[in-house]
Design a protein around this ligand. Sequence first.
Ligand SMILES: [Zn+2]
Length: 99
Amino acid sequence: MRVPEVTSPDCECSEGAMTVEHVLMKCSKWSAEREEVITPLRTTSVKEILTSKAGGRAAIKMIQRTKILDQFKAVVEQEEGRTAEDREEEEEGPEEEIE
Ligand SMILES: [Zn+2]
C-alpha cells in the first residue's frame, strides 16, 4: 500500500510539516498516543506499519485521535476492511453453491 500524498501544512507542534510520517513517528504533540499504539509495533518504518495488519489498525487509532488526515484514514480503513473480509472468507471456506 502506498502512502497517499496529502497537502501538508505545518504541524501545530511547529517541528515540521503535518505528514503521515510526522504524526505517526515524530510529532511531540502525539507522543503519548504513539507510545500506546505505535511503540508496541517495534518498528520505526512507516511503510512497515502501514503494510501490516496490526500497524494499519494502530495507524487508524492514532489518526482517529489526532483527527487529521481524514483522507489517509479512509484509505487505511478501506485497505483494512478488504483484508479482514478476505481472511473471513478463507476461514469459513466456500459455502455450498446456492442458485
Ligand atoms: Zn507535529
